[in-house]
Ligand binder design. Structure first.
Ligand code: NDP
Length: 275
């Protein structure tokens, strides 16, 4: 049997590093810590080695399509596929950041939505039967959904929204921030929130597609919130440690082989949340 393999994006620090740590302890197979920066990634692998944990490293900058396709080709050639994919990499501007909102929208949507979508485009075909895919979204994506116009909410919650329609809506948000028209367009004032509303909706779309196109493969794909976690992104006041933040993503990544759910859900504290 082929060696099983798990891949985590943004694994060099924060929740991503804690996810890699937990997978090293619990996943039966090779665990890849990926990071956009080779030095920071190797350093993180070393820090896990000093805890007696053996993660492997591969460079992966999700904003760089070449980096995504190179990594995907590596996993295909070396392992013949991927068994667990955790899309954890993400960014957020600080509340006090003075960068114009339109720039924040473009930059945040690029990484959290469009680049994660590129990861899924290139890695989903590699996911083997029984595979698990976890997109680290946020409860902020759910609260943002509730602040969108009724028309947008209806689309994000609908069963027939396509990946193309969703991408068009995310692009429309970015364009409208550039013209200062996003509020008239029905969008709230949070680029991070919109990016995570998009990521959760994308997860639901792709899960439905997997069920339709690969009905016998038993792949489970979900979005989740790790909780409010003490990291460089969320700051020191958050209640959860990174290891605690890793619990729900790792739970979804290690759903037992005979599990049929959750699939296409938004999960927090190991519980399916309303969307
Ligand atoms: P951190 O800022 O601590 O870590 C973010 C990680 O993502 C870093 O490893 C960073 O790499 C990486 N990253 C950013 N951009 C890219 C890219 N283009 N390619 C590859 N890696 C990239 O954040 P957290 O650990 O807090 O966040 C992890 C995930 O959890 C994010 O998706 C976040 O939105 C989500 N989340 C976090 C919450 C919290 O309370 N902390 C709450 C809800 C969701 P580098 O070091 O090179 O910048």
């Amino acid at each position: 049997m082929a060696t099983r393999v798990a891949v985590v994006t943004g694994g060099n620090k924060g929740i991503g590093l804690a996810i890699v740590r937990a997978l090293c302890k619990q996943f039966q197979g090779d665990v890849f810590l990926t990071a956009r920066d080779q030095g920071r990634g190797q350093e993180a692998v070393q820090s896990l080695a000093s805890e007696g944990l053996a993660a492997q490293f591969h460079q992966l900058d999700i904003d760089d399509l070449k980096s995504i396709t190179t990594a995907a080709a590596f996993f295909k050639e070396t392992y013949g596929g991927v068994d667990v994919l955790i899309n954890n990499a993400g960014i957020a501007f600080k509340g006090a950041d003075k960068t114009p909102f339109a720039t924040q929208a473009e930059v945040t949507l690029r990484t959290n939505f469009f680049s994660t979508r590129n990861m899924l485009t290139h890695f989903l075909p590699l996911v083997r039967p029984g595979g698990r895919v976890v997109n680290v979204s946020s409860f902020v994506g759910a609260t943002t959904l509730n602040k969108c116009s009724p028309a947008l909410q209806q689309r994000f919650r609908s069963d027939d929204i396509t990946e193309e329609e969703l991408s068009g809506l995310m692009q429309q948000f970015v364009f409208q921030t550039q013209k200062g028209e996003h509020q008239q367009g029905g969008w709230p004032e949070t680029a991070y929130g919109v990016s995570k509303t998009g990521l959760t909706t994308l997860s639901m779309i792709l899960a439905r597609r997997l069920s339709k196109e690969r009905p016998n493969d038993g792949i489970l794909l979900n979005a989740c919130c790790p909780g409010w976690v003490r990291t460089d992104m969320a700051g020191p006041k958050a209640p959860k440690s990174p290891d605690e933040g890793a619990v729900t993503p790792v739970y979804l990544a290690l759903l037992p082989p005979d599990a049929t759910e959750p699939h296409g859900k938004f999960v927090s504290e190991k519980e399916v949340q309303q969307w």
